[in-house]
Design a binder for this molecule. Structure first.
Ligand SMILES: [Cu+2]
Length: 487
């Protein structure tokens, strides 16, 4: 296994060999980030002032001001990204993380970005959405030679348009984006802009997707649509931080999509307007209230709203498969299929067989099963009232009156302070019999095991023997499978 230490030793050797001492001295330091935590906003210490963004589970790239030019240094390199607690992925990214650091500048800034390539193959950086000289557009082969391993290239242009942008390679794109190479870019307006509101909270993140088999570390780059991890900034719920705001704040959420499918991003409890795209601010006459906006592949959206409802509000992609973690998609639907008696019969033939899914998949959320060494539960997260049964592209907007201006810390759950009588509750004494199909006759004529390979989908170590005769008590055993193909 390649350790980080080895990576750095190798990288240093490459740069020393390919970049002269003088050139190295001229290049600003490449700041590294090792933590996947949400970094506090980077207050600008030079240049025009602005209200900085917060990158969800990410950070902003520090710069050096040199002769009036903002200089950044990005290093494209293999990284280890903790996608959720207990689950690390071997990705490619910039400056120690995937995504790379957010670049924040001001309209009219002259920007110089050094890009050092410490990947095993060539790369380039495309500055998505920017007005710039053609030769700075970063399309390898078309507007520039590719950046070979060990080389450092420099890009320079004026950030002409204020708005929401991103950067990503335009060389072996399929591989490099499937491996996590991307970053956010925000250009703040230099003066008050009629179509750009001042906001108290400004969050940004990129949508990315990965296909990583449970127990393994490296994404399968040939996957086209059937990804098993849907992430915000290469994090999956419950690894995604909550968005903590003060009651009454105007909040801007900037989101870009670099996956292979669209994502209808949905906010509970508030209506927002899409105030801008990567094409620029949306004219006021073209805005309308929404609670979900679809973000297509390669698009960016700015959503804005006043956070005027206290509470813990879900905020997520509305494709329900995108709020799940590692799972297989080729499993038969068993809802309403009564396994009574069947599982015990099959178990006599196939000891590893486990029936699952008869009552839905909710049992998966609270199972305490051994997982393979490196993965995340399919449905996870604990809230104040129980399991959230979520994963992937899910987080919580926390709106609080007592949150201080500029304080991004997590205030905890709203449940502790929800006014009495404002929480849905069971009605005592009104329980109806649970809806359930009557048990099938013991012989269950016509019912067959679903596929000959069904048992292979189950992890042998998770097998629990079904005792013949005890079938009625143990008719359903839901088990977390170990293989991506398998459940
Ligand atoms: Cu989605």
């Amino acid at each position: 296994m390649l350790s980080r230490r080895n990576l750095f030793v190798g990288a240093a050797a490459v740069s020393a060999a390919s970049v002269s001492r003088v050139a190295l001295a001229a290049i600003p330091e490449a700041v590294q980030q090792t933590s996947p935590d949400t970094a506090p906003p980077l207050i600008p210490n030079s240049g025009r002032p602005y209200n900085p963004v917060v990158t969800l589970n990410g950070w902003t790239c520090p710069w050096r001001m040199k002769d009036g030019v903002k200089e950044f240094h990005l290093v494209a390199e293999p990284v280890v990204r903790e996608m959720a607690p207990g689950f690390k992925a071997h990705l490619w990214g910039y400056n120690g993380q995937s995504p790379g650091p957010t670049i924040e500048v001001v309209e009219g800034d002259r920007v110089r970005i050094y890009v050092t390539n410490r990947l095993p193959e060539h790369t380039s950086v495309h500055w998505h959405g920017q007005r710039l000289p053609n030769g700075m557009d970063g399309v390898s082969g078309l507007t520039q030679p590719s950046i070979k391993p060990g080389q450092t290239f420099v890009y320079e242009f004026v950030a002409r348009r204020p708005g929401t942008f991103m950067y990503h390679p335009h060389a072996d794109e399929m591989t490099q984006m499937a491996m996590g190479m991307m970053g956010f870019w925000v250009t703040h307006p230099k003066t008050r802009h009629p179509l750009i509101s001042e906001v108290q909270r400004d969050f940004c993140f990129l949508l990315s997707s990965y296909d990583i088999d449970p127990g393994s570390y490296t994404p399968k780059i040939m996957t086209m649509t059937d990804f098993n991890l849907w992430s915000w900034n290469s994090r999956i719920f419950p690894g995604i931080d909550s968005l903590n705001v003060r009651h009454g704040d105007r909040v801007r959420l900037r989101v870009g999509n670099l996956t292979m499918t669209n994502h209808p991003i949905h906010l509970h409890g508030h209506e927002f307007e899409v105030t801008g795209t990567d094409g620029g601010p949306v004219p006021k006459s073209a805005r309308w209230p929404e609670v979900t906006t679809d973000i297509a592949v390669g698009q960016m959206r700015q959503m804005e709203f006043i956070a005027d409802e206290e509470g813990d509000w879900a905020f997520h992609c509305h494709k329900s498969h995108h709020t799940m973690n590692a799972m297989g998609h080729d499993v038969e639907t068993l809802i309403g299929v009564d396994h009574t008696g069947l599982a015990s019969k099959i178990t006599r033939l196939i000891p590893d067989y486990m029936a699952m899914g008869e009552r839905g998949m909710a049992d998966m959320g609270e199972m305490e099963m051994p997982l393979p060494d490196n993965t995340a539960p399919m449905m996870a997260g604990q809230g104040p009232y129980g399991g959230l049964e979520m994963g992937g592209m899910f987080s919580v907007l926390k709106v609080r009156k007592q949150q201080k201006a500029g304080d991004y810390s997590d205030p905890g759950w709203y449940a502790a302070q929800a006014p009495k009588g404002t929480v849905a509750a069971p009605v005592p004494g009104a329980a109806a019999p649970a809806a359930r199909q009557a048990p099938a006759p013991a012989a269950a004529p016509g019912m067959k095991p679903h596929k000959p390979g069904m048992h292979q989908q189950m992890h042998p170590q998770m097998h629990q023997q079904h005792k013949p005769g005890a079938a009625a008590a143990t008719e359903v055993k839901v088990r977390k499978p170990s293989k991506h193909e398998g459940h």
